[in-house]
Design a protein around this ligand. Structure first.
Ligand SMILES: [Mg+2]
Length: 243
C-alpha cells in the first residue's frame, strides 16, 4: 500500500490540522472584517463579499492564479476602479496574513504530536511530500497554519496556495495541476484527506485516496473510491507497520 508510493499528498484542515473548517472560518472572517472595517459599514455584508469572491476563486478555470481570480472579483464588488487603491487593498491583505492571521491559533485546541510524527516518519523514509490544501490562501497563511502543528513548510516540496495554483478543490484539475508541477504519475501518489468529495475526487485521476475520519466531511452524492479510512492515529500506526 505505501512502499510503491513515491509522493504523499496531505490535506491540511481537518486532516493534519485538527481544526474544524467551519469553526476556523468563523474566527478568520471576524478578524478579516475588523481589519477592513473602513471598506464596508456592515460586517455581515463584508463577509458576504468575501464569500462571493472566494466562490469565484473556487471555480477558477486555469486561466489565471486563484489570487487574481479572487482579487479581480473583490475589487470589482467594492467598486474600486483606481489601480493604486486596488494595490493598497492587496497589500493590506498581505499584511493581515503575515500578522493577525498567524495569531488565530490562540482560539483552538490543536493536536500537535501525531501530525508532526507522521511527517518526520515519511521524511525518514525519503518520501516526497506535498501539502495539498485547498489553495484559497497566500503562502504565508499556509505556512503559518503548518507552524501551529510544529511542521516546517520546507518539509514539503510543494505547498499549494492561491498564488501558485489556478484551480481549487473539488475540481479534479486541481490535482492534475499538482501532478504536472511535480512531474509524477498518479499511481505513484497517495492523497490523505478528510473530505469525501474535495479530497476523494483525487481518486478519479487514479490517485489512491485515504480518508482521515477524526473531522470527516461527508458530502451528499459523493461516492469516490476510498482505499482506506480511519483516524489519524490509526493512519500513523498503519504507516509504521507497512512502511
Ligand atoms: Mg480538509
Amino acid at each position: 500500500m505505501f512502499k510503491d508510493k513515491e509522493v504523499f499528498l496531505f490535506d491540511l484542515d481537518g486532516t493534519l490540522l485538527s481544526i474544524e473548517a467551519e469553526n476556523f472560518l468563523k474566527y478568520y472572517f471576524a478578524a478579516l472584517s475588523s481589519e477592513f472595517e473602513d471598506l464596508c459599514a456592515e460586517k455581515e455584508e463584508f463577509i458576504q463579499l468575501l464569500m462571493g469572491s472566494t466562490n469565484k476563486m473556487i471555480r477558477n478555470d486555469g486561466s489565471r492564479t486563484n489570487q487574481e481570480a479572487f482579487m479581480e472579483d473583490f475589487i470589482e464588488k467594492l467598486q474600486i476602479s483606481d489601480r493604486s487603491e486596488a494595490d493598497k487593498i492587496k497589500s493590506r491583505f498581505e499584511k493581515f496574513y503575515q500578522t493577525k492571521f498567524a495569531a488565530l491559533d490562540q482560539y483552538f485546541e490543536i493536536d500537535r504530536k501525531t501530525p508532526a510524527e507522521i511527517i518526520e516518519y515519511l521524511k525518514a523514509k525519503n518520501k516526497r511530500l506535498v501539502l495539498a490544501t485547498n489553495p484559497l490562501f497566500p503562502e504565508e497563511a499556509v505556512a503559518a497554519r503548518l507552524s501551529w502543528i510544529g511542521i516546517d513548510a520546507a518539509d514539503f516540496e510543494l505547498l499549494t496556495h492561491y498564488e501558485n495554483m489556478s484551480y481549487a478543490k473539488p475540481n479534479p484539475d486541481y490535482y492534475r495541476e499538482i501532478l504536472n508541477k511535480i512531474d509524477v504519475e498518479p499511481e505513484a501518489c497517495l492523497m490523505i484527506g478528510n473530505d469525501l468529495k474535495e479530497d476523494a475526487v483525487a481518486s478519479r485521476l487514479g490517485i489512491d485516496t485515504l480518508i482521515i475520519e477524526d473531522k470527516l466531511i461527508e458530502r451528499e452524492g459523493s461516492d469516490f473510491d476510498i482505499s482506506w479510512r480511519g483516524s489519524l492515529k490509526e493512519f500513523k500506526n498503519l504507516l509504521e507497520e507497512k512502511l
